[in-house]
Design a protein around this ligand. Structure first.
Ligand SMILES: O=c1ccn([C@@H]2O[C@H](COP(=O)(O)OP(=O)(O)O[C@H]3OC[C@@H](O)[C@H](O)[C@H]3O)[C@@H](O)[C@H]2O)c(=O)[nH]1
Length: 432
């Protein structure tokens, strides 16, 4: 089989990205990008009809799709085979796990990741596993999915537990990445009381665990703690402008109280803490139905539907690709920085400009793949602005630069191209 040409990704300085991660603060987080892609860009479903045999699909279509991203690397994924005639599905298991680093016990860490089956969590877990650590994932699967980590199930370094962090959990560990909480406005507003309970009680439980085990504790906070900011760009010293009773408050105020708790345990009990304030992040496997702007616009453009901008489209956001965020989280965890740290990309767009960029990227990818456009999708400005939607948002990342020597490497366009290709492949499979 002839392989489609591999994707070359250039960073902001025009250098090809072949490896992700850094060696910093005595912790080496580098892994080849192709190995990571072979895990997260693999199509999930193979559709099996009476005309096609599963074996043919495995060898031909799936490997071809996969090779675009993985440069011919073997796929380390279980498969989900869908039989439309009987509306049933069968799952295959792995015969071999992706190779992980062999670390001596002195450097191998026992790491707990709450929300590890979610969008950010699953990328973090892939990275920590490949680096050779022992990883335990807690997830209640409200927004996370088991399939995002199915390639690790059964691995001796990996455990996945269905658990809701609002209940206490006991385990011996060295580091805790506490990510559990729905993050898209649609999901976190679905059950506001549950969201604030997750941030408050869930964080209280995990800090209690960190205190008992003396584990280092990192919480994923958010740019939403700045609310609808009156200071631009947002530096960590800015206290924010949040409506405490509005529809976003369950998330904003939940994360603010989670930060307060974190520093309470730090001052009172000496818990070793790290606080990442995460700005808008995108990438696969962002839930295509979670309502966030990046997945909405990409899917609309791929389907030939008009793009729905809320309000006048003059509100701004700054989007970072998932790999930059994971680099930032790992560097922060292993640094000595105990103050809150913004992790984001400072390239700022109005949402109107961003809609144009996505339309452009989708058209370019379609052209490269020889797809004839039926017509140009339109950008519509006739939807109401959601209540309390922040008017502008851009991180001041000077603290991360100075203290972590971290800054984003991915251009927004490069990340979007990878994501567009992934969703396009999923649509071609019929699984989106
Ligand atoms: O279809 C859409 C979706 C969204 N939007 C707009 O696009 C902007 C971004 O919206 P998103 O829902 O993607 O994300 P928001 O910035 O509102 O919230 C996010 O903030 C940071 C993170 O903590 C969370 O991921 C999320 O809460 C908003 O102004 C929104 O009104 C559209 O114009 N059209």
């Amino acid at each position: 089989m002839s392989l489609p040409s591999a994707i070359h990704t250039l960073d902001k300085d025009g250098q090809e990205i072949t490896t992700i991660g850094f060696e910093r603060f005595g912790f080496d987080s580098r892994v080849p990008i192709d190995v990571l892609r072979s895990l997260y860009l693999k199509p999930h479903y193979v559709v099996n009809t009476s005309e096609t045999k599963v074996d043919d699909l495995d060898k031909e279509e799936e490997d071809k799709q996969h090779a675009v991203f993985g440069q011919g690397l073997n796929a380390y994924q279980s498969k989900s085979i869908y039989y439309p005639e009987t509306a049933s599905i069968s799952y295959t298991s792995l015969t071999r796990f992706p190779p992980v680093k062999l670390l001596p016990p002195s450097t191998r860490k026992r790491i707990l990741v709450t929300g590890g089956a979610g969008f950010v969590g699953s990328h973090l877990v892939d990275r920590l596993m490949l680096l050779g650590h022992e990883v335990t994932v807690l997830d209640n699967f409200f927004t996370g999915s088991k399939t995002s980590l199915s390639h690790w199930v059964g691995h001796p370094n990996f455990e996945m537990v269905r658990h809701d962090v609002v209940e206490p959990f006991m385990i011996e560990c060295d580091q805790i990445y506490h990510l559990a909480c729905p993050a898209s406005p649609t999901h976190y507003q679905f059950n506001a009381v549950k969201t604030i309970k997750t941030s408050f009680i869930g964080t209280l439980n995990m800090l209690g665990l960190a205190k008992r085990t003396k584990a280092r504790f990192l919480i994923s906070s958010t740019s939403e703690v700045y609310g609808d900011p009156e200071v631009h760009p947002q530096h960590e010293d800015y206290w924010g402008h949040v409506n405490p009773i509005g529809p976003r408050a369950c998330y904003d105020e939940g994360k603010r109280v989670a930060e307060t708790l974190t520093y309470g345990f730090h001052r009172q009990d000496g818990v070793d803490v790290r606080v990442a304030r995460i700005f808008n992040t995108y990438g696969r496997p962002m839930n295509p139905n979670d309502g966030r702007v990046v997945s909405n616009f990409i899917i609309q453009a791929l389907r030939g539907e008009d793009l729905t901008v809320y309000g006048d489209g003059k509100q701004t956001r700054s989007f970072q690709y998932i790999h930059d965020l994971i680099d930032g989280l790992i560097v922060l965890m292993n640094s000595n920085e105990t103050r809150p740290c913004n992790i984001g990309n400072s390239d700022e767009f109005t949402i109107g400009e961003f809609a144009e960029l996505i339309r452009d990227v989708v058209e370019r990818v379609q052209q490269e793949d020889g797809v004839k456009p039926v017509g140009r999708v339109q950008i519509l400005y006739n939807k109401p602005m959601p209540t309390d939607d922040p008017q502008k948002r851009r991180p001041d990342t000077s603290r991360a630069k100075e203290s972590l020597q971290w800054q984003s490497r991915w251009t927004v366009r490069m990340g979007l191209e990878e994501m567009v290709r992934y969703y396009k492949a999923k649509m071609a499979e019929g699984s989106l």
